[in-house]
Design a protein around this ligand. Structure first.
Ligand code: HEM
Length: 190
């Protein structure tokens, strides 16, 4: 039986298509920072949306909706894309895979739906609210002018917060084992 000698270099090199240990650590850091920042952004937007819904002061309402549009307009797109892309890199560049474990495929579909809802539905509502307050730069703004937007600006970030918090729990607990049947069920890739 012949034994093939491995050079020190080939032993250190990760398999083709897999991240090196350093690249994987960098991707995890990027992933955790972007996804937790996205969660924190929704917490800020929920606080401002709740202030807009409950206040009787028109100035507070104007400031809240202007700040919401500013924060959402600048941060939703980069944070949602960074979270999704870094999650995809970690899934496809490591033995985790994208559809081998239920906790990862669940996170993937939840994040994809949340990113689409944030980018299209939520951003549109933020722009509508900012447009209404721009049309009423002084004096009171009646609830009629804003309609259901005031509730949307609370409901959407509240739902997003629940989804992202579930994603953090899924990431740490890593439940359910593998999707495909395997004799090594429950084994965690390293
Ligand atoms: C809001 C969305 C997301 C949040 C809050 C989130 C959060 C996290 C956190 C906190 C970790 C670190 C867990 C640990 O080291 O124990 C993690 C790891 C991971 N995430 Fe996400 N994630 C999100 C979206 C995604 C998506 C969309 C994917 C896949 C497409 C994904 C794939 C992964 C993978 C594969 C790991 C394990 C990395 C490793 O150990 O090498 N995540 N995620």
């Amino acid at each position: 039986m012949s034994v093939t000698a491995l050079s020190p270099d080939s032993r250190r090199r990760p398999p083709v298509g897999r991240l090196s240990p350093t690249a994987r650590k960098a991707a995890v850091i990027l992933h955790v920072i972007s996804s937790v920042s996205w969660l924190a952004l929704m917490l800020c937007l929920l606080t401002l949306g709740t202030a807009g819904l409950t206040t009787r002061d028109a100035e507070t309402l104007r400031s809240a909706y202007r700040a919401m549009q500013l924060l959402g307009g600048v941060l939703i797109l980069p944070l949602s894309l960074l979270t999704l892309v870094s999650g995809l890199i970690l899934s496809l560049g490591t033995p985790w895979g994208l559809f081998r474990f239920r906790w990862i495929s669940t996170k993937f579909w939840l994040t994809l739906a949340a990113a689409a809802a944030s980018l299209f539905a939520f951003t549109a509502r933020l722009n509508e609210a900012a447009h209404v307050v721009a049309q009423h730069p002084t004096g009171p703004i009646s609830a009629m002018n804003l309609g259901f937007i005031r509730y949307n600006l609370v409901i959407i970030p509240a739902v997003a917060l629940i989804v992202y918090t579930s994603n953090v729990v899924l990431s740490v607990v890593k439940p359910w084992g593998r999707r495909t049947s395997s004799p090594r069920k429950g084994v965690q890739p390293t």
